[in-house]
Design a protein around this ligand. Sequence first.
Ligand code: ATP
Ligand code: MG
Length: 163
Amino acid sequence: MRRQRFDLVALVQEIFELLEQQAGRRGTTLTLFPTPLPEAGLPVVADRNRIRQVLINLIDNAIKYGRETGGQVVVSLVAGRESVRVTVRDNGAGIAPEHQARVFERFYRVEKSRTRAAGGTGLGLAISKHIIEAHKSNIRIKSAVGEGTAMEFKLPRPKEVRV
Ligand code: ATP
Ligand code: MG
């Protein structure tokens, strides 16, 4: 792991640009909260490349498994005193309670036929969980069938910006 200080706002914006065509093909909108964004950005201390990989997987999942039409993917960044809480939310089909813990297992995919058509290997969340745990944090899932899914984790703020 290579911990460094970087701006989460800029990272999410960079990933939105990377995934905007994929989202556009499905008519899915990508939104970053809060608006207006903090002018100074939201610095955190973490391994930028690995957090980038986590966010790409979570946002890719939110697009792929989100609603077929009228999909909305919202990434929100909420600063607390010591950390920033990152939430990736979609308004898709959701994940039933009995699958919620298992989606973090390697190769586990819900509803094989539908998810196989969406491509992927079933490794993204297992890798994401591993990376977030290496940062001494946890990925939490909140999901309701028919409403959507939210994935959430926290990253530490640099000490000098804490108030
Ligand atoms: P990969 O990430 O390796 O390309 P994948 O997206 O299928 O493949 P994971 O990211 O690990 O693998 O997700 C595991 C499974 O969890 C998915 O196949 C899907 O069934 C389910 N899943 C993940 N995210 C969501 C979501 N936002 N809404 C509904 N189901 C989801
Ligand atoms: Mg995935």
